[in-house]
Design a protein around this ligand. Structure first.
Ligand code: 6PG
Length: 505
């Protein structure tokens, strides 16, 4: 019997995606350069299936993999982003892949690589990209999927992607959970929607990760204030997070943060978090989002600050040295009442900052979409992020509604619901952050978020002075608010009379 899908790359994500496909009734031929990984998935399949026939076939080469598949071939890759993707593609060409075969890249690839690959492999096979979010559990029991590429290929891929994707209860917007092997969730709205031409899906996933960086950093800043300025223990902070998780801040990241904070360590006989080295790693997607925001000219300072926060964290030895010579404010002892007040202000500061981080991410996608000619459907994008992915949150249901109410919404902050939320909580946001600044606790993401909000709502920014400065030293010219837009002026600064002269084109 021929297999339905070929799967290449059986790392944690690949293995779990393969098992998920098999749970959904697909017969899979799989291959990895590391034969032990092939053996491992066959063993897992056997364990889960018991006496039932195997759903997964192991292969020893690319050629064998192709020979096991029904034509036209459908092959999914889960290999590290970058060169390994092309390495596999070249081997598939050598093994005799056909022009109407489809190769789907599910790694965290740079979106421009996907665009180049579609062109590069045209005529040899159809290169299609599907970005995946959700980590290993998501991959196993339902990830959020961001497919993009040839629309004809999508018609063939769609049922597969919809089957394996996470599912959402359309009424509540909440994930329908299952973590039982062999029992995939069938009902509910699948978190997989066609994003657009190749590259668009990986771009959207990249921004998802940028938002993920911001979301994580915002939570870490709140933790930092509570741990240092409020002197709370990790388990006390975990309790606060668990409580917040019941309301509008309900999200996977808040939930897991509480779990991390509760984790004990036998060796140090204390909270594990206290012995985790405070140097953050990064694989690049947050950086790509920040770079893209700068290139597109879309203000995404909270996302960018989250990337910088990881950079400064990795300067550990310098920070240790600096901590011995650079001074900060003295710590104040707070009354219980003051502590409680600050905690509740922090909750609102986190929420408002989170709104800004998402506003930045969606604005970035809108500006990039315009630049690249993608017709991104933001209600659909928010919908597929409601379950399966790392930033899944109740909050995404409100974003879905905002874009369903107005698909031309220029910025989430202009949506009446979110605008109201910020109006309601902004005093707490300001107070919480002023206190953090006075206490010397760095909150780069939250303070950047409030500056973003304040800048966005300000009709006259000091860029007028900036334009004056530019004109002074570089004759860069400026427009006047009281004259025709687009008309340029320059001051002859070196002339004692400093005449203001209109520039002729
Ligand atoms: C996801 C995650 C996933 C991964 C990233 C981020 O959506 O499932 O974003 O893609 O965790 O690689 O990793 P870094 O924090 O290492 O950049």
């Amino acid at each position: 019997e021929q297999c339905d899908i070929g799967f290449i790359g059986l790392g944690v994500m690949g293995k779990n995606l393969t098992l998920n496909l098999a749970d959904n009734g697909y017969r899979i031929a799989c291959f990895d350069l590391d034969q032990e990984k092939v053996d491992s998935i066959l063993a897992t399949d056997k364990e889960e299936r018991g006496d039932l026939p195997a759903r997964i076939v192991g292969c020893k080469s690319y050629t064998e993999l192709l020979s096991k598949l029904a034509a036209p071939h459908l092959i999914i890759l889960s290999v590290p982003a970058g060169e390994p993707v092309d390495h596999v593609c070249h081997h598939l060409i050598d093994a005799g892949i056909q022009p109407d075969d489809i190769v789907i890249d599910t790694g965290n690839s740079l979106w421009t690589d996907s665009v180049n690959r579609e062109a590069q492999y045209k005529g040899k096979f159809i290169f299609f990209s599907t970005a995946v979010s959700g980590g290993e559990v998501g991959a196993r029991f339902g990830p959020s999927l961001m497919p993009s590429g040839d629309p004809y290929a999508w018609t063939r891929i769609e049922p597969v992607m919809q089957a394996i994707a996470a599912k959402v209860d359309p009424n509540t917007g909440k994930p329908i959970e299952s973590n039982t092997p062999g029992q995939p969730v069938k009902e509910g709205e699948p978190c997989a929607t066609y994003i657009g031409p190749v590259g668009a899906g990986h771009y959207v996933k990249m921004v998802h990760n940028g938002i993920e960086y911001a979301d994580m950093q915002l939570i870490c800043e709140v933790y930092h204030v509570m741990r240092v300025a409020l002197g709370m223990s990790p388990s006390e902070i975990a309790d606060v997070f668990s409580e917040w998780n019941q309301g509008e801040l309900n999200s996977y990241l808040i939930e897991i943060s509480a779990e991390v904070l509760r984790q004990r360590d036998d060796e140090s006989d204390g909270p594990l978090v206290d012995v985790i080295m405070d140097k953050a790693g990064q694989k690049g997607t947050g950086l790509w989002t920040a770079v893209s925001a700068l290139q597109v000219g879309s203000p995404a300072q909270t996302i960018t600050q989250a990337v910088f926060a990881r950079s400064i964290s990795s300067l550990k030895s310098e920070r240790v040295q600096a901590s011995e010579c650079l001074t900060g404010p003295d710590n104040k002892t707070l009354s219980d009442q003051e502590k409680q007040a600050w905690i509740s202000e922090l909750k609102h500061a986190l929420y408002c900052s989170k709104i800004c981080a998402y506003a930045q991410g969606f604005q970035l996608m809108a500006m990039a979409g315009k630049e690249h000619g993608w017709k991104l459907d933001f209600a659909e994008i928010a919908k597929i992020w409601r379950a399966g992915c790392i930033i899944r949150a109740v909050f995404l249901q409100s974003i879905t509604k905002a874009y369903e109410n107005n698909d031309q919404l220029a910025n989430l902050l202009l949506d009446p619901f979110f605008a109201n939320q910020i109006t309601r909580y902004q005093q707490d946001w300001r107070t919480a952050l002023s206190k953090a600044v006075m206490a010397g606790i760095p909150c780069p993401a939250m303070t950047s978020a409030i500056s973003y909000y304040d800048a966005y709502r300000t009709s006259v920014l000091p860029a007028n002075l900036l334009q004056g400065q530019r004109d002074f030293f570089g004759a860069h010219t400026f427009e006047r608010t009281d004259k025709q837009p687009g008309k340029k002026y320059h001051v002859e600064w070196s002339d004692p009379n400093r005449p203001i002269v209109p520039i002729k084109r």
